[in-house]
Design a protein around this ligand. Structure first.
Ligand SMILES: Nc1ncnc2c1ncn2[C@@H]1O[C@H](COP(=O)(O)OP(=O)(O)OP(=O)(O)O)[C@@H](O)[C@H]1O
Ligand SMILES: [Mg+2]
Length: 459
C-alpha cells in the first residue's frame, strides 16, 4: 500500500474517532438531559396533584368526590388521572380519550413512586409515573401520570441523523485534506527518488535534488542526498581521471619499447655496442612499467578496501631491514640513520616497510650526488615517529599541496629525474592513513626536505 494512502487512512481514522467521540458524547448528554427534564416535569405535576388529593382526603372528603384543579398544569402535556385502589378512574386533568394505559405492576403492594417507559404500537413511547396514595397505611388509590415521548424521540432522532451526516462529511473532508497534505509532504520524497532514478539511468552524478523547502527532516534528507551525490561525483571523476592517467602513463614506456624493437628488427647490422644500449633501454622501460603496474595494483587494492592486518610492528627493526636493502643501491648520496631502540606501533610490518622504502627512495632520488639522507626513528610517550630528511632539491610551496595526488610530479622532479610515475606518495599516504598516522612535510627548495610521520606508539 503506498505511503500516501496509508497516511491518509491513518489521518481519517484518527480524525474520525475523534469526531465520533465528540459528537456521540454531545448526543448522549443532550439526550440524557432531555429525558431527565421530562421525568422532572412529570414528577412535579403528579406530585402537585397527589398532595392536593391527600389534603382533601385528610379533610374528610370521600375519594369519589375529589376533583383536580387543572390550572396551569394542563399546559405541561402531562396527563394525570386519579384512580381508586381497584384501578377505577375517578377524575383526570385532561379529557384525553387515548389514555390511560393500565399500570404496569400490582398497585396494591406498591409503596413507592414508580417510573416506567411504555411503548404503544400506535402512539409511540410514553413515560408513566405511578404514585400510590396511602393514608394511615391504607391504600386509598393512586395518581397515574403520563407524558408522550413522541416529540422528543423525533427531535432526538433528527439530531442523531444530523450528527451522523456531519460526521460522515467531516470524515470525507479529512480524507481530502489528508490526501492533499500527504501529497505535499511526499512531493519532496518523490523529487529525491526521481533524481535517484535519473542518475541510475544516466550515471550523471552532477545532478542534484532541486529542493527549496523548509529545513525539516525531508529538507535534511535532500541535503544529505546532495552531499552524498557530491562525494560520489568526486569519487567517480577521480576514478575516471585515474584510469585515463594510468593508461597514458603505461603508453609511454610501451611506445619506447616498441620503437626500440622496431629499430632492432629493421637494422640487423647494428654495432654490438649500440645494440646493447637499445636492449638496456628496453630493459629499463620494462622495469619502470613493472614498478608502475605493481604500484597501480597496490592502489587498486587500497581502493577496494584491502584489510590491513594489525600486529605489534617494531619500527626500529623495520628501519634496519630497510637499511640493509638500501646498501645494494648504487647511489652517490650518503645515507645515515638514527634509530632509537624498540619503537613500535600497531600495524602491518610489510606495509610499513614499503612506506619507509618509498620515503627513502624519494629522498635519495631527489638529492644530488654528495648530499645526505637521514632515516630516523624515535618515540616519546604517545608517538612513534619516522623522519626521512634529505639535503636535496626540495619541494616548491606550490607543489606541496599536490605531492600526495596520484601521478603528480613537480616540474623540478621531472627535470631532475625523468623516471618515476608519481604514485609512491599516494601509496605512502594510504599506508599512513590505515595506521592512524599523520604526515608533516617541511621543505626548502634547493636546501632539502623532511618527511615526518607520527604513529600511535605501542609500549
Ligand atoms: N624527498 C623529496 N624531495 C623533493 N621532492 C619530493 C620528495 N619526495 C617527493 N617529492 C615530490 O613529490 C612528488 C611525488 O612523489 P612520488 O613518490 O609520489 O612520485 P615520484 O617519486 O615522482 O614517482 P614514483 O611513483 O616512482 O615514486 C615527486 O614527483 C616530487 O615532486
Ligand atoms: Mg617516489
Amino acid at each position: 500500500m503506498p505511503i500516501r494512502l496509508r497516511l491518509t487512512l491513518w489521518y481519517c481514522l484518527i480524525f474520525g474517532l475523534l469526531l465520533v467521540t465528540v459528537t456521540s458524547s454531545i448526543y448522549i448528554s443532550h439526550r440524557t438531559s432531555h429525558y431527565k427534564e421530562i421525568d422532572r416535569s412529570l414528577t412535579s405535576v403528579s406530585t402537585h396533584f397527589k398532595e392536593e388529593v391527600e389534603e382533601e382526603i385528610r379533610g374528610g372528603k370521600p375519594l369519589e368526590q375529589i376533583r383536580l384543579s387543572a390550572g396551569e398544569f394542563t399546559l405541561s402535556g402531562v396527563y394525570t388521572v386519579l384512580k381508586d385502589a381497584n384501578g377505577k378512574k375517578i377524575v383526570s386533568n385532561l379529557e384525553s380519550n387515548q389514555l390511560p394505559h393500565s399500570p404496569f405492576a400490582d398497585i396494591s403492594t406498591m409503596t413507592k413512586d414508580t417510573l416506567h417507559t411504555v411503548t404503544d404500537p400506535v402512539l409511540g413511547r410514553y413515560r408513566m409515573l405511578i404514585q400510590p396514595i396511602r393514608i394511615n397505611q391504607q391504600m386509598m388509590g393512586y395518581i397515574q401520570s403520563e407524558i408522550s415521548l413522541q416529540q422528543i424521540d423525533m427531535s432526538l432522532n433528527r439530531l442523531g441523523w444530523l450528527i451522523v451526516g456531519f460526521t460522515l462529511i467531516g470524515i470525507v473532508l479529512a480524507a481530502l485534506v489528508g490526501w492533499f497534505l500527504a501529497k505535499k509532504a511526499l512531493s519532496r520524497v518523490e523529487l529525491i527518488s526521481d533524481t535517484a532514478k535519473a542518475i541510475a539511468a544516466s550515471q550523471g552524478f552532477h545532478q542534484r535534488v532541486m529542493h527549496e523547502g523548509p529545513k525539516d527532516e525531508l529538507g535534511e534528507l535532500a541535503e544529505t542526498f546532495n552531499r552524498m551525490l557530491e562525494s560520489l561525483e568526486n569519487a567517480y571523476v577521480s576514478q575516471k581521471r585515474f584510469i585515463a592517467d594510468a593508461s597514458h602513463e603505461l603508453r609511454a614506456p610501451l611506445t619506447t619499447i616498441r620503437g626500440n624493437l622496431d629499430i632492432l628488427q629493421k637494422m640487423k647490422g647494428l654495432p654490438a655496442a649500440e645494440k646493447e644500449e637499445i636492449l638496456s633501454d628496453i630493459r629499463n622501460e620494462a622495469v619502470r612499467m613493472s614498478k608502475m603496474v605493481a604500484d597501480l595494483l597496490s592502489l587498486a587494492r587500497a581502493d577496494a578496501g584491502q584489510e590491513v592486518r594489525k600486529q605489534i610492528a617494531d619500527l626500529t627493526k623495520i628501519a634496519k631491514e630497510v637499511e640493509t636493502e638500501i646498501q645494494a643501491w648504487k647511489t652517490e648520496v650518503s645515507i645515515k640513520s638514527r634509530l632509537e631502540k624498540k619503537v613500535a606501533t600497531w600495524g602491518d610490518p610489510d606495509l610499513l616497510k614499503q612506506l619507509l622504502l618509498i620515503l627513502v627512495e624519494n629522498a635519495v632520488r631527489y638529492t644530488r650526488a654528495g648530499g645526505t639522507v637521514t632515516l630516523a626513528i624515535s618515540g616519546d610517550k604517545e608517538n612513534a615517529t619516522v623522519k626521512v630528511i634529505d639535503t636535496g632539491i626540495g619541494i616548491d610551496s606550490k607543489d606541496l599541496p599536490h605531492i600526495f595526488d596520484r601521478f603528480y610530479r613537480s616540474e623540478a622532479a621531472r627535470a631532475h629525474s625523468p623516471d618515476g610515475t608519481g604514485l609512491g606518495l599516494s601509496i605512502a599516504k594510504w599506508i599512513v592513513d590505515q595506521h592512524g598516522g599523520s604526515f608533516v612535510v617541511t621543505s626548502t627548495p634547493g636546501r632539502g626536505t623532511e618527511f615526518l610521520v607520527n604513529f600511535p606508539k605501542v609500549q
